[in-house]
Design a protein around this ligand. Structure first.
Ligand SMILES: Cc1cc2nc3c(=O)[nH]c(=O)nc-3n(C[C@H](O)[C@H](O)[C@H](O)COP(=O)(O)OP(=O)(O)OC[C@H]3O[C@@H](n4cnc5c(N)ncnc54)[C@H](O)[C@@H]3O)c2cc1C
Length: 378
């Protein structure tokens, strides 16, 4: 792992910085968790795509720039440093796409990846069900074989699907073998949310945004061509997707580096902060740096042919706790009135969900104990 930036990487960083500073939206984009905010974020995503910045590490034939993971990390650092927020297209870009690259057929890749980069499709994630959250292997939504039509009939309910009310597509884990239990007999389906029989009901989040959806399937037809990774292989594909969510791909260091810098700036603007707060700000900054170096190690490993494995669970606990800690420190710095409104307050509410989504931190600690450290199951 080389910690020095090469001259070509530096040139790329400058190119990205210039473009982002010149072309970023004049005003901070609203949260994508409302219909209007989602539409505005989607327009911005389209601008990125047209300028070739949607997915820098993808091959050009799929709408990317044909560069590597290093350049992607550099782009993300510049993206967040320019004051931009998380990508509205992130489910498609950072969760589905890595699984499509690994498990998709050539036809699936050719058809779906350019539509993700060009934001023609916006994807929601359909894992959780009312009785299958932490215990994801308890998935009960079932898909029954329709041999004559060449596909599957889906029935059941998903819940907590982020931005599903505004998306047109869903990747979902469903039970295709009715006799099966737990991890076996599951398949990963790519479902059209506009198909007959699908109902998406918006659910309000803390803060009144309708960013969540619960999804009901009533005999929804999904053709064979929309099974990713083969029938019965759903668990394997889903675990690759969750690795992307917990590990590097969805949580690159850029956003935490930018948040740590904003915290330092906030500290500098406050009158007489205590030494305890000074220590908290320094801790936050060091944590962001540590996360960056750890991510560089992961990028090196992936570039050498390695994969993100169970250690992504340790990553998830680290970034979620860092996120909460940074926002708590900011509110303490702001003191009285911090909770009335403002970006730190909204960020704080969002950070409260980070130890829950992408698999709760209790579950991640179990995974680290059993699969990384080899401790006995409790
Ligand atoms: C902001 C946000 C966005 C989300 N977006 C999506 C999305 O887009 N798509 C999607 O499918 N889901 C999404 N989710 C759902 C999320 O994945 C689930 O909330 C999560 O997996 C936990 O499941 P649960 O809510 O059913 O809690 P439960 O599984 O009921 O857990 C309740 C509590 O019990 C603990 N617990 C359960 N089992 C164990 C155990 N074996 N050992 C120790 N502790 C345990 C849990 O850690 C938790 O604290 C989102 C959630 C949030 C908060």
């Amino acid at each position: 792992m080389n910690l020095e930036e090469s001259s070509s990487d530096h040139e790329f960083r400058m190119e990205a910085r210039d473009w982002l500073r010149t072309n970023r939206p004049a005003e901070r984009l609203p949260s994508p968790d409302t219909e209007r905010g989602f539409a505005l974020n989607r327009e911005w995503e389209r601008t990125l795509f047209e300028a070739g910045w949607a997915a820098v590490s993808w091959p050009e034939e799929y709408g990317g720039r044909g560069l590597g993971l290093w350049e992607w990390m550099i782009f993300e650092e510049e993206y967040f440093a320019a004051g931009l927020g998380p990508r509205a297209a992130q489910n498609g870009l950072f969760l589905l796409a890595p699984s499509l690259f690994e498990f998709g057929t050539d036809a699936q890749k050719a058809q779906l990846l350019p539509r993700i980069a060009g934001v023609e499709d916006m994807w929601a994630q359909g894992w959780s069900e009312p009785e299958a959250g932490s215990d994801l292997a308890a998935v009960r939504v079932r898909a029954d074989r329709d041999e004559a039509a060449g596909g599957w009939r889906v029935n059941g309910q998903k819940t907590w699907s982020t931005r599903a009310p505004f998306c047109n597509r869903l990747f979902a884990l469903v039970r295709t073998d009715p006799e099966s239990t737990r991890h076996r007999g599951l398949s990963y389906l790519l479902i059209d949310l506009d198909a007959p029989g699908v109902t998406v009901r918006p659910v309000q989040k803390l803060g009144n945004e309708t960013g969540f959806g619960e999804i009901f399937f009533d005999d929804v037809f999904v053709p064979d061509s929309e099974v990713l990774g083969g029938v019965g292989n759903g668990w394997k594909v889903a675990m690759a997707t969750t690795g992307s969510e917990r590990g590097l791909i969805l949580r690159s260091p850029g956003r935490f580096m930018a948040a740590a810098q904003n915290l330092v700036d906030l500290y500098a603007s406050v009158d007489g902060p205590s030494s305890t707060l000074k220590r908290d700000v320094v801790d936050a900054w060091i944590s962001a740096q540590a996360y960056r170096y750890n991510s560089m190690k992961t990028v090196t490993r992936i570039a050498e042919g390695g994969k993100v494995g169970a250690e992504s669970s340790g990553n998830k606990v680290f970034w979620s706790e860092m996120d909460v800690h940074m926002h708590e420190t900011a509110l303490d710095l702001l003191g009285d009135g911090a909770e009335i409104d403002g970006k730190w307050w909204h960020g704080f509410i969002t950070s409260m969900a980070t130890p829950i989504f992408a698999g709760t931190n209790e579950i991640q600690r179990n995974i680290v104990a059993e699969r990384v450290l080899g401790m006995p199951r409790s």
